[in-house]
Design a protein around this ligand. Structure first.
Ligand code: NAD
Length: 499
């Protein structure tokens, strides 16, 4: 049994709390490693190291910091297969999907190579007589991030790449379910030239998170995970005077208009609903066909596609559409929710429960389920299932379909399938959701735009990556400067316009 470590001050350090959690291979159900769960003292040790290392890193000029990111990109590409294999083994997602997880993180690292440009301040010459005014963006100091299990490469990179490019030190508390890739990323960053102590990985659970939230040195906290924990971290972190951004759960609707290309919409729903076993915050979990004819045809097209999905271990290569879910508890929860759907009156047209794979009977596999005639009062509609389950809610009109997406408490992503530009434009303008796809099922913005939901899917003012990340990880300082020039104005007691 492998005992994983923390990564503190450039070294792999064994946990000293005596507490561990199991890391599974979800395809076999076996425990493959033990993850140390840090105590408050272990977190304090990492914070002290970060605080000592950060001032020198902030003084490294931004172009040199960018070069570390450049080299890091090379190393990510060099080790892509090794990283993806480790990721699949702990998370369960397919090998190509694991590479996508790394790739979408890598793209944010590439964006951060632009740090010298992104960190440039503003300057006004002659804002007043002999007066210049300028602003600069300065690093926060020691920053921290808490990440979920479902993107163990991408989301840590979305946080630490901009934080570090801005001159901060960063402490990562990754998910205890799949901590190996984050540890590998920290090693690679140092191989790329990052000084020790600027990136550290402290594994743990609530105790480590609370140690972050109540630490006076840590200036900012980024969180991605489920909404109840996002709310807790946002409230507690803000009350401690920190800068906090938290991204939570989702229930993403796709509206299918009668004029849509229904084969295209059905294919999109299959990928967006069942890819990564539905364990994506941008997964489509609700299909809303408009009109009875659209709904009937869509269900007819979906059933054979769902029934022929290939579920298996990542080791089966390209022959697999999606893998197991992350834990036995996640599997049990998904199957329990499917049962509530049946009990509450939805039509389970494809039942993915009782799925078993020869040779992998102990793996956490869940077959794909498809519901029709779901209503908004049902648990499968209200809750995030985070599994391979697609619910169909039928709407009579576009307005009714729109109201379902708008009235749901989550507002991460949504999509519309239509050939009508007017409808698409109306949808994009009126919807109260952060990321919109028009004939695009998973509208995850690219690195140079920003990522973030609305409503209960995000807490805080700034989004992830893109220009917002450079704002989140820096403070603005504005300087008004005049050098002795012989001008004598005498005392000035009122605000006045600059001459
Ligand atoms: P989670 O909330 O269980 O865990 C996320 C992190 O919080 C982990 O590091 C975990 O150790 C920590 N944590 C767990 N319980 C805690 C507690 N009581 N106190 C303090 N910290 C705690 O989420 P998960 O299961 O790892 O990830 C899935 C969730 O993440 C889904 O809800 C998904 O929608 C969401 N997610 C959202 C986005 C987004 O950008 N909006 C992206 C990916 C995932």
């Amino acid at each position: 049994m492998q005992e994983l470590t923390h990564y503190i001050n450039g070294e792999h350090v064994k946990g000293t709390s005596g507490r561990f959690s199991d890391v599974f291979n979800p395809a076999t159900g076996e425990v493959q490693a033990k993850c140390p769960l840090a105590s408050k003292e272990e977190m304090a040790q990492a914070v002290a190291v970060a605080a000592a290392a950060q001032p020198a890193w902030e003084k490294v000029n931004p172009q040199r910091r960018a070069r570390v990111m450049m080299k890091f990109v090379d190393l990510l590409n060099r080790d892509m297969d090794k990283l993806a294999e480790t990721l699949s083994r702990e998370h369960g997602k397919t090998f190509p999907d694991a590479k996508g997880d790394i790739q979408r993180g890598l793209e944010v690292v590439e964006y951060c190579i632009g740090a010298p440009q992104l960190l440039k301040g503003e300057f006004t010459d002659s804002a007043g007589p002999g007066i210049d005014m300028y602003s600069m963006r300065q690093a926060l100091g020691v920053t921290a991030g808490i990440t979920p299990f479902n993107f163990p490469a991408m989301i840590p990179m979305w946080m630490f790449a901009p934080a570090i490019a801005c001159g901060n030190a960063f402490i990562l508390k990754p998910s205890e379910r799949d901590p190996s890739v984050p540890l590998m990323l920290a090693e690679l960053l140092e191989e790329a030239g990052l000084p020790k102590g600027i990136i550290q990985v402290v594994n743990g659970d609530k105790e480590a998170v609370d140690a972050i939230l109540y630490d006076d040195t840590i200036q900012s906290v980024g969180f991605v995970g489920s909404t109840p924990i996002a709310e807790y971290i946002y409230g507690t972190g803000c009350a401690q005077g920190k800068r906090v951004q938290c991204f939570g759960g989702a229930k993403n609707h796709m509206i299918i208009m009668p004029d849509a290309d229904l084969d295209q919409a059905a294919d999109a729903l299959i990928g967006a609903g069942y890819g990564a076993a539905g364990e994506r915050c941008m997964a489509i979990s609700v299909a809303v066909p408009v009109g009875k004819e659209t709904a009937d045809k869509l269900i007819e097209k979906l059933i054979p596609r769902v029934e022929t999905l290939k579920v298996g271990p990542y080791t089966a290569g390209d022959d697999v559409d999606y893998g197991p879910v992350v834990t036995a508890a996640a599997k049990a929860n998904i199957e329990r929710l499917v049962q509530t759907g049946v009990d509450q009156g939805a039509d389970l047209v494809v039942d993915g429960r009782d799925f078993s794979l020869q040779g992998y009977e102990d793996g956490f596999f869940v077959g794909p389920s498809l519901f029709d005639n779901v209503t908004t009062d049902m648990d499968i509609y209200k809750q995030e299932i985070f599994g391979p389950v697609l619910s169909t809610v039928r709407a009579e009109t576009y307005e009714e379909a729109l109201s379902y997406a708008m009235d749901h408490e989550y507002g991460n992503g949504t999509a519309i399938y239509t050939r009508d530009g007017d409808t698409a434009r109306d949808f994009a303008n009126r919807i109260n959701i952060g990321m919109i796809g028009i004939n695009v099922p998973i509208p995850v913005p690219l690195a140079y735009h920003t990522f973030g939901g609305w409503k209960k899917s995000a807490f805080g003012d700034l989004n992830q990556h893109g220009p917002d990340a450079f704002k989140f990880y820096t403070r603005t300082k504005t300087i008004t400067s005049r050098w002795p020039s012989g001008i004598r104005e005498g005392g000035e007691f009122n605000f006045k316009a600059m001459d």
